[in-house]
Ligand binder design. Structure first.
Ligand code: PMP
Ligand code: GLN
Length: 380
């Protein structure tokens, strides 16, 4: 393993899901639903397979039907206009979009500012690009970013802001004011911005506001999303990028040497998913909101300190009230102690002190599973 990847080992998601399987535990660690997405969307994938659409290499930027549907979705939900031919790129999940964007846009030695805790692929991709990460620490209890701290982190080497809202793992959703402050700094310092918006439809109040909609941002923002979370198809790995033509062209250059293309038949199905009626998105969100409350109440009753998320399908907790200090130790022991798996937030920090006692649970599971998990945690 080269020096750039040293220390990046196995992702926490793989480690914890393997532990869940080995111990037969309830897996509230890795974020994937235990109910598949809409039947009609699955049928659309089957139809595409049967009819021979996408069984061979699809076009590099993605099938035209999906690029068109992505552009329509950006218009319908965010009022943003993108040209499906030059401003949309289909990727192998948001994960590839993040990798391709960072590999395409960064020079070795460039600095990237990202909120910590950060989604684990950010650190890996920044490292693979030979760039340097500069974390802006989000602190309990509300995890709001301090924009003065952000300003202070900007140096002449800063090239890019990597923003994630709704934010995994804290559930933070940036407010219009915070977004405006970030946008002003990006314009003032002429920075590129990559926004990871995979949880854009999972905001429980106030809605999701894309950074690209703000003044001066359309031309400098690479927006990333994915079908995995919105439609409960994390295994399909269909994601996308929307950005100005030069930025999409840059990301596509990297993308074509990572996977070239992927997920042919699923691309046709996701095009249909993106056109589902508003009711689908509203009821998906309402259902998850209810699950959030179910898990939050259960965790509180079990003695955890709960930080209520405004978005995503994760709850971050503090285990200090349980007499525990170390989230990593706690999560490694939890399957043996009570048959539940969770994720230690500390692995998403450079400044590990800020995350040592924080632990994340997902609530994208059936009610009966959440209830059983909560009952088990209550016996700790
Ligand atoms: N970004 C964030 C913040 C995530 O939580 C995830 C996990 N779904 C991803 C990116 C990766 O998305 P995908 O599964 O589409 O690659
Ligand atoms: N995004 C998911 C999570 O945060 C997992 C993705 C993965 O396993 N790479 O749990």
């Amino acid at each position: 393993l080269n020096r750039r990847l040293a220390g990046l080992g196995t992702t926490i998601f793989a480690e914890m899901s393997a532990l869940a399987t080995a111990t037969g535990s309830i897996n509230l660690g890795q974020g994937f639903p235990d109910t598949d997405g809409p039947a009609e969307v699955r049928e659309a994938a089957v139809r595409a397979l049967r009819e021979g659409r996408g069984n061979q290499y699809p076009p590099g930027p993605g099938v035209p039907e999906l690029r068109q549907a992505i552009a329509e979705h950006q218009q319908r939900f965010h009022g943003l206009t993108y040209d499906p031919d030059t401003e949309v790129l289909v990727t192998a999940g948001a994960t590839e979009a993040i990798a391709a964007a960072l590999l395409a846009l960064l020079e070795p030695g460039d600095e990237v500012i990202a909120f910590e805790p950060f989604y684990d692929s950010y650190a890996a991709c920044i490292a693979m690009a030979g760039a340097v990460r500069r974390p802006l620490t989000l602190r309990a209890p509300d995890f709001r970013p301090d924009l003065d701290e952000l300003r202070a982190l900007i140096t002449p080497r800063t090239r890019l802001l990597l923003i994630n809202t709704p934010h995994n793992p804290t559930g933070l959703v940036l407010t219009p004011d915070e977004l405006a402050g970030i946008a002003r700094l990006a314009v003032e310092h002429d920075l590129l911005v990559v926004t990871d918006e995979v949880y854009e439809h999972l905001v429980f109040s106030g809605g999701h506001h894309p950074l690209a909609a703000l003044p001066g941002m359309r031309e400098r923002t690479v927006a990333i999303s994915s079908a995995g979370k919105t439609f409960s198809f994390t295994g399909w790995k269909v994601g996308w990028v929307t950005a100005a033509p030069e930025l999409v062209a840059a990301v596509r250059t990297a993308k074509q040497y990572l996977t070239y293309v992927s997920a042919g038949p699923f691309q046709y199905a996701v095009a249909e998913a993106l056109r589902l009626p508003d009711e689908y998105f509203a009821s998906f969100r309402a259902d998850l909101r209810r699950k959030r409350d179910l898990l939050a109440d259960g965790l509180k009753a079990a003695g955890f300190r709960v930080f209520n998320p405004q978005g995503t399908y994760f709850i971050t907790t503090d285990i200090t009230p349980l007499g525990e200090k170390d989230g990593l130790e706690f999560c490694r022991a939890l399957p043996e102690r009570c048959g539940v798996v969770a994720i230690p937030n500390v692995v998403f920090y450079d400044n590990t002190e800020a995350g040592r006692s924080l632990v994340r649970f997902t609530f994208c599971k059936q009610d009966s599973v959440l209830e059983e998990a909560v009952a088990r945690l209550g016996r700790l």
